[in-house]
Design a protein around this ligand. Structure first.
Ligand code: FHN
Length: 422
């Protein structure tokens, strides 16, 4: 029985501090599945793109052949990092190994990797690590520690392997752990290790967690390291919501929502169901107002290109954040009741009202303000005249223009007389 490495609460606070400020990050799902892009032998395979091997029950020896076609000559790490930066994202998490088992990094544990098995012959994670360092963006790695449809002892592939004969502990100890060691040794400081689905036993989860702590104590571990059964979450540094799930109410403690920008994580050529920039801005605000972080995905093509619609959407989000970022980065969850018409975030002495539904009668009514308001203004217009308001105890009524300056989310700042609330 292995015990978890103990640490002081100060250590955890220090590790989490940048993440709590950062709020908005980029998820990247990129791998061999980007080649079929949702189509196998002429058939559109339903479901998320990176699950194509599972959904179409493609045998390992057939799926493996994709590697010889993987040559992302248009991949440009600096460009990807610039896209993230322009969008206002503060960290990137990229798939080092997804459930298909193909390694997007140089590894000594298997030849089934981008350097040895593809004409590209190059480690894109190295380029990304360099580009991120240069641009001041943090880099983390997604690693599928439980499902591995390629490895004979990994879980999930019962069309090629007999689950009865698999030795998962051996796989985790002799394959997963050495690969995590590589990822935490060869790429400089790693911001996040993003496990998925959960580790089958608490013992194995602890072993993994200890290894990360031993190699890079500042690396944040996400909640899906699990440890109490396949689907049990919560033994990492923060809680991971289900995919695309935003809780109804504020949640105590650190948490994150991972989300798709259309309906897939890995690239699918026929998925055009793009979410609008406006709806994603509102999701980000909603999440921050409930105390969480937002990890928004892009699925680059097999050539190494982030799809144009994703870039356009991210640029629009970035434009909004350039103006309104003060109300997001480093902001705390809402100190007042969340309403359908608005959300709220705050910093010491400032309450940010994010108005989603404009009050057409010209008055925004807010309750629960436990301080004296000294000034009200639109964040996008800090040097403007300010807004007239009246306060009666905890109720504040703000007079607003006829039309919303920003129909997606106009941020109104209420500055307090003293900074002890919110
Ligand atoms: O099965 C995966 C899926 O492919 C994708 O990676 C998402 C991202 O959160 N995680 C799993 C499902 O929860």
């Amino acid at each position: 029985m292995i015990d978890e490495i103990e640490e002081s609460s100060e250590k955890k606070e220090k590790r989490m501090s940048w993440w709590r400020e950062a709020k908005f990050g980029m998820f990247i799902h990129w791998g061999l599945y980007s080649i079929p892009a949702g189509v196998w032998k002429g058939n559109c395979i339903p479901g998320i793109g990176e699950w194509i091997q599972y959904k179409a029950k493609i045998h390992v020896n057939e799926y493996e052949q994709l590697a010889s076609q993987f040559n992302p000559t248009k991949f440009n790490a600096k460009e990807w990092v610039r896209v993230a930066k322009e969008a206002g994202m503060k960290w990137i998490v990229i798939t080092a190994k997804h459930h298909d088992g193909f390694c997007m990094f140089d590894t000594k544990l298997t030849d089934y990797n981008i350097v040895k098995a593809t004409p590209f012959k190059h480690d894109p994670l190295k380029d990304l690590a360099d580009a991120c360092k240069e641009e001041g963006i943090r880099l983390g790695f997604y690693y599928s520690q439980t499902l591995d449809w390629h490895h004979p002892d990994g879980m999930g592939n019962d069309w090629d392997y007999d689950p009865e004969k698999q030795d998962f502990s051996k796989y985790l100890r002799e394959y997963v752990k050495p690969q995590i060691r590589e990822l935490l040794t060869n790429y400089g400081s790693v911001a996040v290790i993003w496990f998925d689905i959960g580790t089958p036993t608490p013992e194995l989860a602890r072993e993994l967690k200890n290894l990360v702590r031993e190699l890079q104590p500042d690396t944040i571990i996400n909640g899906r390291i699990g440890g109490g059964g396949r689907w049990v979450r919560g033994t990492g540094d923060y809680q991971e919501m289900a995919d695309n799930q935003i809780p109804d109410q504020k949640i105590e403690g650190d948490w994150e929502t991972p989300a798709t920008i259309n309906d897939t994580w890995g690239y699918k050529i026929y998925d055009h169901n793009w979410k609008s920039a406006g709806s994603l801005i509102q999701k980000l605000v909603d999440i921050v107002s409930k105390g969480g972080n937002f990890l928004l995905n892009v699925g680059p093509t097999a050539e190494g290109v982030i799809p144009k619609p994703s870039i356009r959407i991210l640029r629009e989000i970035g434009e909004w954040l350039k103006i309104n970022g003060e109300s997001i980065y480093g902001a705390k969850s809402s100190p007042i009741m969340i309403k359908a018409e608005y959300r709220a975030t705050c910093k010491a002495g400032k309450l940010y009202l994010h108005v989603f539904a404009w009050p057409w009668e010209g008055k925004l009514k807010v309750s629960g303000v436990k301080n004296h308001v000294k000034k009200a203004y639109i964040l996008a217009d800090p040097n403007g005249e300010g807004l007239r308001y009246s306060q009666d105890g905890e109720d504040v009524v703000i007079e607003v223009p006829n039309k919303p300056p920003d129909p997606v989310d106009t941020v109104i700042v209420l500055e307090m007389r003293n900074s002890n609330w919110p």
